[in-house]
Design a protein around this ligand. Structure first.
Ligand code: BGC
Length: 454
């Protein structure tokens, strides 16, 4: 991203806040697909989603902190395993706790966007085959209905399902998330198809239950969008896989979820779906660009990277937003964007402020050229449990003292507050916050297998 001239202010016309998911922050987690995964020793650093940030206990303190940073919006979620610990048995206390938490957030001026399924579900649902079976869609809808009955008077904005493409490919192709196992294309396709059905039916359900005159209820799904580019643009195999990756990972998912159009790859669901519009905004989760040589992820040599080796490429976010808006003429919510910056030498972070300045500037400029980005939810608030990566990778604008779990706001937290206050990215923000060292760089391809280094 061009970061040379930062003397002019760029107006930021979208709302700003952070994004999180219940399993990653709450602790005291009932049995779910992810508690089992952790028990099976599948998490890199051996941690589990207990206690992670202990948010289930410290929610009030976290809400206060969000308010003190003047966040305007927050993407949050509800934990299905906690709400429906046994099939058909709903825990009223847990539901009331969520009501209290999100009501409080709203009263503090932070507008909640609630996700219903963010990678985790009760163990009993996993053992029924989860979304590999079409008949299980109705079980998800039963849960969704109960949540909307409870939270519907507080919450206007909903995400039905988080990153179906990541959920399905990581589980059924790459054996990186539960239930794991050998690559199974049939289960991958069924899962994507059934999740699209679940989303569409849930979209209709939420509108049926909540629409009323004068109220604007908006429902989306959070789509993990990748920028794909051939590692070697002259190599026909790299080029072909770039097209395939984009078609399967991005476009097939978009068409089924947004307009109910099922490609041959996904196959038609047994239940008839009428093509139409099943999203009120496009939720984009964007992190990085993939350099394609085949089906798995790669990174270009010697590009800016984060502590997980993911390329830092703000143009990819803007291009995706532009492409999706042109395709569906819907507003864009960036439902996740962030980076693993684990800090070093006593500093809590090395490049997150620069990352924020680059990405927010790129989006603000895209808005000037007509891309309707309405919201930006930074991933994440407090450093949390990063699924298979455990607690080691830090994405938060707030750090956590490892033994007391006390919260410590990072410079990036204050930067977000200052951008919200000014309604712009200004020269002062660059001077005050942008880390002078710049980004880490990826190792050249001549050293395969090495971690990215500075
Ligand atoms: C997921 C988050 C995750 C983030 C960073 C996204 O794919 O939705 O839950 O923590 O990536 O790894």
């Amino acid at each position: 991203m061009s970061t040379s001239d930062h003397s002019a202010s760029v107006r930021v016309p979208f709302a700003i806040g952070t994004s999180s998911a219940s399993t990653q922050i709450e602790g005291t987690m009932p049995p779910s697909n992810w508690t089992r995964w952790a028990e099976q020793g599948r998490v890199v650093d051996g941690t589990s989603p207990n206690p992670t940030t202990d948010h289930w206990v410290r929610w009030e303190e976290d809400n206060q902190l969000m308010q003190s940073l003047e966040l305007q919006i927050a993407r949050v979620s509800v934990e299905w395993a906690r709400i429906e610990p046994r099939p058909g048995h709903f825990d009223e206390q847990a539901l009331q706790r969520y009501v209290q938490e999100y009501q409080d957030l709203k009263e503090r001026g932070v507008q909640p966007l609630v996700t219903l399924h963010h990678f985790s579900h009760p163990l009993w649902f996993e053992d029924l085959g989860a979304f590999t079976r079409e008949e299980n869609v109705s079980i998800f809808l039963r849960f969704a209905r109960v949540v909307v009955e409870h939270l519907g008077s507080i919450v206007d904005d909903w995400v039905t399902i988080n990153e179906p493409n990541v959920y399905a490919t990581q589980a059924f192709l790459f054996n990186e998330t539960p239930p794991g196992g050998k690559a199974n294309w049939r289960r991958l396709r069924c899962t994507l198809r059934n999740m699209a059905m679940a989303h569409i039916k849930c979209y209709e359900l939420i509108h049926d239950m909540l629409d009323s005159p004068g109220r604007s209820v908006r429902v989306a799904f959070a789509h993990h969008v990748r920028a794909f580019a051939p590692m070697n643009p002259k190599n026909p195999v790299h080029k072909a896989f770039t097209w395939i990756d984009d078609a399967l990972f991005n476009r097939a998912v978009e068409d089924s979820f947004v307009v109910g159009k099922f490609s041959a790859f996904l196959g038609e669901p047994k239940t008839q779906i009428t093509p139409g519009f099943y999203a009120d905004a496009i939720g984009i989760n964007y992190y990085s660009r993939t350099a394609v040589t085949g089906m798995s992820d790669g990174t270009f040599p010697d590009v800016p990277v984060n502590d997980l080796g993911w390329e830092i490429f703000p143009e990819g976010l803007v291009e995706s937003a532009r492409r999706l808006n042109a395709r569906y003429q819907l507003p864009i919510w960036v439902t996740e964007n962030g980076t693993a910056d684990n800090g070093a030498d006593g500093k809590l972070e090395r490049f997150r402020c620069r990352f924020l300045l680059d990405h927010i500037t790129a989006m603000a400029q895209a808005c000037e050229s007509g891309v309707p980005i309405e919201r930006y939810y930074h991933w994440c608030f407090v450093d949390n449990w990063e699924w298979t990566e455990g607690m080691a990778q830090r994405f938060g604008i707030v750090a956590m003292e490892p033994t007391t779990l006390d919260r410590v706001v990072k410079p990036s937290g204050y930067l977000l507050r200052d951008i919200i206050r000014s309604g712009a990215v200004t020269a002062k923000h660059w001077e005050t916050y942008a880390e002078p060292e710049g980004y880490p760089r990826g190792v050249p391809l001549s050293q395969p297998g090495k971690e990215s280094v500075r």
